[in-house]
Design a binder for this molecule. Structure first.
Ligand code: ATP
Ligand code: MG
Length: 275
């Protein structure tokens, strides 16, 4: 690991066993969701992970945050190793690494208002005395460009884009250094996608947070990423600085993914090209 590197993934495998169910008798074999992935991420970098559905992107992200046990290999986050340990669950860096999901509805408790949703991670992790909480909640709303009067709103009283802003503010509440963003714009209207991408880029610039940006949308990944890895069937088949990968891809598979990007030039931002 060099001085700038915050994450190193070394030959990591996550295999699931195929279980028999009502419709299939065969319970044999394994699904090699992640099958020998190695990569390194630097501080303040947006690293795009792109690939078709089922290529193992989400599994890789969940392994980094400790939601899934790895079968072999090693993940080093901020200098601490997460190795194969069947007894240990969870990430040793509860607050340093946060995850943002595709669907804010599934990550935001519908019974809590924005104030409660943002205060919870701060209070659970005992990051601030209660009297300083109102100021911090105001700061968090500012960070994601939502007005202060949103503190009293419940998830059903907000648009998809506003809910995703709250989910991002909730992740930022604990001052993370790495965010795993798993398809954070895929469930949003195309015009809102661009706003959320710009917000994530702002957080990188202003707060220095690093982002692992998982998406199947090549145009979106190109817009936001500094470096990109292309996954296929659990493996990284090509990784390069974003511009290099998009201008002169090495692998046929990457070229095929690139050809699938619709070429509609009148959109002001590549993120607005429909997925
Ligand atoms: N908990 C699990 N148990 C069994 N198989 C799983 C589990 N999680 C993922 N898989 C399988 O692992 C493979 C990779 O899944 P993963 O969700 O990582 O793909 P993905 O690249 O994120 O796809 P998508 O773009 O559709 O989100 C798939 O074949 C999936 O069915
Ligand atoms: Mg996924």
């Amino acid at each position: 690991m060099n001085g700038k590197e915050i994450l190193r993934i070394e030959d990591v495998k996550v295999h699931f066993s195929k279980r028999a169910n009502l419709f299939s008798r065969g319970g044999k074999g394994v699904i090699k969701a992640v099958d020998g992935v190695s990569l390194g991420m630097n501080r303040g970098e947006i690293y795009g992970i792109v690939g078709e559905s089922g290529s193992g992107k989400t599994t890789l992200g969940r392994a980094v945050i400790g939601l899934i046990q790895i079968c072999s290999g090693e993940i080093t986050v901020f200098g601490t190793k997460i190795s194969v340990n069947p007894r240990r669950k969870g990430c040793p860096h509860r607050t340093k690494v946060q995850m943002i999901f595709q669907d804010p509805d599934s990550s935001l408790n519908p019974n809590m208002n924005v104030g409660g949703l943002l205060a919870e991670p701060i209070l659970v992790n005992r990051l601030l005395p209660k009297k300083l909480l109102p100021e911090r909640l105001g700061e968090l709303l500012d960070m994601v460009d939502l007005p202060k009067n949103f503190l009293g709103r419940y998830p059903h009283q907000m648009s998809g884009g506003q809910k995703q802003r709250v989910a991002i503010a909730r992740a930022m509440a604990v001052d993370p250094e790495l965010i795993i963003a798993d398809e954070p714009t895929s469930a949003l209207d195309v015009s809102v996608q661009a706003q959320i991408l710009n917000l994530l880029m702002d957080l990188k610039e202003k707060k220095g947070v690093s982002i692992m940006f998982i998406s199947h949308n090549m145009a979106v990944v190109r817009h936001i990423s500094d470096r990109v890895a292309v996954m296929r069937a659990g493996r990284i088949i090509e990784a390069a600085p974003a511009e290099k990968l998009f201008v002169s891809p090495r692998e046929d598979y990457t070229k095929k993914l690139l050809r699938a990007i619709p070429k509609i030039r009148r959109y002001p931002c590549p993120a607005m090209v429909p997925a």
